[in-house]
Design a protein around this ligand. Structure first.
Ligand code: SAM
Length: 384
């Protein structure tokens, strides 16, 4: 549960201890608001399969290890892990092996992730034989374990993982850059709660944080990945070279969400300083920025790198129903940022904030449907 919020400022030190998507199975939970991510991931399956085709088949005597980094707590991660294992199994079969190796899947996320909900969704392991569980839809054919910790640091033993998968997670920074919440700094993000539309110094601070975080991620994975292994990464990206235009993420966090924070200030419910101390630790990078960090690190070869467009976070049953669109935007925003907001201003004000997001988004429903689209960086990397 998030700490009670009245006088709590989300301190940078605590971010990795408290960040998570909204747990449980409530209206604004990640479980109930991640259909868009499921759709986006499924539209990229052909790219994932291409990556997996490049992984050499090792001896079936050794365990084949898959890790999902930033797995969160819905069924998306289970679905993707199953796709990976099924694809590798098919490859072993096609190559004439009598039986595939045993598979091990690690579900990794920050310690506050709702691992309980995730584990409850996991089907039970196995049948009498590997063949039986592979043939079953209600059984899992792999051993499962949760790994709590930040993917910006080491999570696994050296040389132990065959396939790393990470979707919709690497745009989360390890912290809000210190300068961005330092009143004395030119990077102080006065009046804003996100990099979108911020000044140049704020943008530079966010970008530096992104670069050092991604370098930490690559350095750790380069030690953990088995030679011949592969990494498939999907994270929010942007098509504009200017980082203060965060594209879809800018619309999600920088317009109605921003305005709702301003409402709370104008209505005297929070001080402007309280708002200014809150910043969303997300950075949608450009392809070039991503590539620069991978090349500077030098541990990985880029097998594939592209910006994949088109996904919207708004999944609604009635596209003409403005109120449903308003609620979908508010729930979608709350499912990913709600834990941080609750910790910063408390649950009651958080309710008020997100109900204002819903109202504002309802008024702009048509516009949102037209304009709210995400671009993702999709990368396939293997050890250099
Ligand atoms: C939007 S969810 C993605 C969930 C899932 N991969 C999917 O496809 O639906 C982003 C996840 O990244 C996790 N995350 C953010 N920063 C992280 C970090 N430094 N280390 C590990 N996980 C992190 C969050 O806790 C969250 O569960």
């Amino acid at each position: 549960m998030a700490p009670s919020g009245d006088n709590v400022v989300v301190s940078n030190i605590k971010l990795e201890k408290m960040l998570s998507m909204k747990g449980g199975k409530g209206e604004a939970s990640y479980v109930n608001n991640s259909e868009a991510q499921a759709k986006h991931a499924r539209s990229m399956l052909h790219l994932l399969r291409e990556t997996l085709d490049g992984v050499p088949l090792s001896s079936p005597e050794s365990t084949f290890v898959v890790a999902d980094l930033g797995c969160s707590c819905g069924s998306n991660t289970i679905y993707m892990v199953e796709v990976i294992i099924k694809h590798m199994t098919d490859r072993y079969q096609a190559a004439g092996y009598e039986a595939p190796p045993e598979f091990s899947a690690f579900f990794s996320d920050l310690p506050s992730n709702d691992f309980n909900t995730l584990f409850q969704l996991l089907p039970p392991y196995g049948g009498a034989s590997m063949e039986e569980c592979l043939a079953s839809d209600t059984r899992r054919s792999y051993f499962a374990a949760g790994v709590p910790g930040s993917f910006y640091r080491r999570l696994f033993p050296a040389n132990s993982v065959d396939v790393f998968y990470s979707a919709f997670s690497l745009h989360w920074l390890s912290q809000v850059p210190d300068e961005v919440v330092d009143k004395r700094s030119t990077a102080y993000n006065k009046g804003r709660i996100f990099i979108h539309g911020a000044n140049e110094s704020t943008a530079i601070a966010y970008k530096k944080q992104y670069q050092s975080d991604l370098a930490g991620f690559l350095g750790s994975r380069s030690k953990e990945m088995k030679r011949g292994g592969s990494m498939f990464l999907v994270c929010l990206g942007r098509t504009c070279s200017d980082p203060t235009d965060q594209g879809g993420a800018g619309l999600l966090f920088g317009t109605h969400f921003q305005d709702a924070w301003d409402d709370l200030v104008q209505e005297g419910l929070i001080s402007s300083e309280k708002r200014d101390n809150f910043n969303i630790p997300v950075y949608a990078a450009s392809l070039e920025e991503f590539k620069e960090v991978v090349e500077a690190d030098g541990s990985f070869m880029i097998k594939k790198l592209e910006v994949f467009g088109g996904g919207s976070p708004l999944v609604v049953n009635h596209p003409d129903d403005s109120a449903e669109i308003g609620r979908a935007l508010a729930n979608s925003c709350r499912s990913v940022s709600g834990v941080l907001v609750d910790a910063h201003i408390g649950d009651k004000l958080s309710d008020q904030l997100f109900s204002r997001v819903a109202t504002r988004a309802t008024t702009h429903a048509k516009d949102l449907q037209e304009k709210l689209h995400f671009f993702h960086i999709v990368a396939s990397l293997s050890l250099a």
